[in-house]
Design a protein around this ligand. Sequence first.
Ligand SMILES: Cc1ncc(COP(=O)(O)O)c(C=O)c1O
Length: 490
Amino acid sequence: MRLALDPRSSHPVYAQISGHFRAAILADNLRPGVRLPAVRTLAANLGVSRGTVESAYAELMAEGLVTSRQGSGYYVLPHAPGELEIPPRSGGWPAWQDRLSYAGFEAMSAYLPEVSRQTDWIALDGGACDPRLFPMHEFRRLLGQVMRRDGVAAVEYGEIAGFGPLRATLAQVLASQGIQTGPGNILITAGSQQALSLVAGLILPPGSSVVVERPTYAGALDVFRSRGLRIHTVGLDEDGMDMDELEEILARHKPGLIYTIPNFHNPTGTCLSGQRRRQLISLAGRFDVPVLEDDYVGDIRYEGHAQPTLKSLDPDGRVIYMSTFSKMLIPGLRVGFVVADGPVYAHLLRSKRCHDLATCNLIQRALKDYVSVGRYHAHLQRSCALYRRRRDAMLAALERHLPPGSSWLRPKGGLFVWVNLPEGVKASDLLPRACEDGVVFAPGGNFFLDPVQGEGFMRLNFASNTEAVIEEGVRRLGKAMGGTKNFLPE
Ligand SMILES: Cc1ncc(COP(=O)(O)O)c(C=O)c1O
């Protein structure tokens, strides 16, 4: 046990010892029934006499916090919750803490905090797929197999770039999507959020600027804001980013990066058309600006043709491509990856090392086995079939329950439906009403640099709930909106 004792303090040493245990008991870090360290051991550890420890324990006994059992030691006593008060912290925080600020907090903080959620709420606001589809048994088996087969190699740091065989497998998967690359150009990251941060940190010095879609992924706004970057936004329609507006911004502001989500865009679900993809690459070449292509759900497609990735259209190594296993499998693995060419790759590698040395080795090895035996592909097919039915269920429910004046885009893939609220309905007013009715959505403002611009929208996740839950969730939404169409009274 390591306690910070100060022999020069005006507090006697025994009181310092009892103070540590008191604080731990009151904070519930020492639970009722837990045995305190033996007097002799603690005295030896701390370099104090046994009498000093005994005095400390006697004080705790007198306060009713611990009891002694003959020949067995001292034990924490139970107490009713809230019965024992943690004394308020005296004094303020050091001045340097008061000076801290975090510029990127806005977008993410607009979500409802987890703690305030009711368990019976229907969550249509999530950003992920359905965790119940994750092949839990199979993955557990693979983890065991990897540990037996690879031994300690599986739990060492591993390569900075990521587990070589996983990168090789990814290179093969990417080749099927028209991206000709090799393991030496792939960097495994802790989710694609880390890829976003690493690329931003490398390419965009403070004070420089970035172009994003309007609206865009809240977590990207967060990264760019937190770095103090200037953010230019370009509107989009059903065919993705507006190329005229993009050209104007490139010409006027000379930004350092274009960040785009060309497939099943978050939050709108739209896809960049083939023609605009080529235009974007040509504009990026003309204005000599790098592109960060965020392909977070590229494989979750229900209909329509797969468009080529921007990376596959890029002859000059201008496009940095990133994707993730979070949406197609499960977010908690925290495995994403970047594909980059030329010096940018070497710099990203250094930056990765500096940030966290390497992504979890064990998980990467299990993932490699899962992906390469084709199970991942089968999982994707199953998930897509299910999510397509859920998308259809949501579109039908919206049709049934949302009031006139609401409209939405029909996503051909991905996880979200983007709803345009009727004239005069504000998402920030609707959200508390919807929560009262037991349903949560992601308010449009989260996805705009200026949240006011998103007041007329909400994003609904159809992938993470069953069809019955979707139906009920949208019914509640319609009720909260004062919907009249086929409204079912309770
Ligand atoms: C568009 C987009 N990009 C990137 C991410 C980051 O995901 P992860 O870090 O789990 O890979 C998300 C997560 O919601 C996202 O929606």
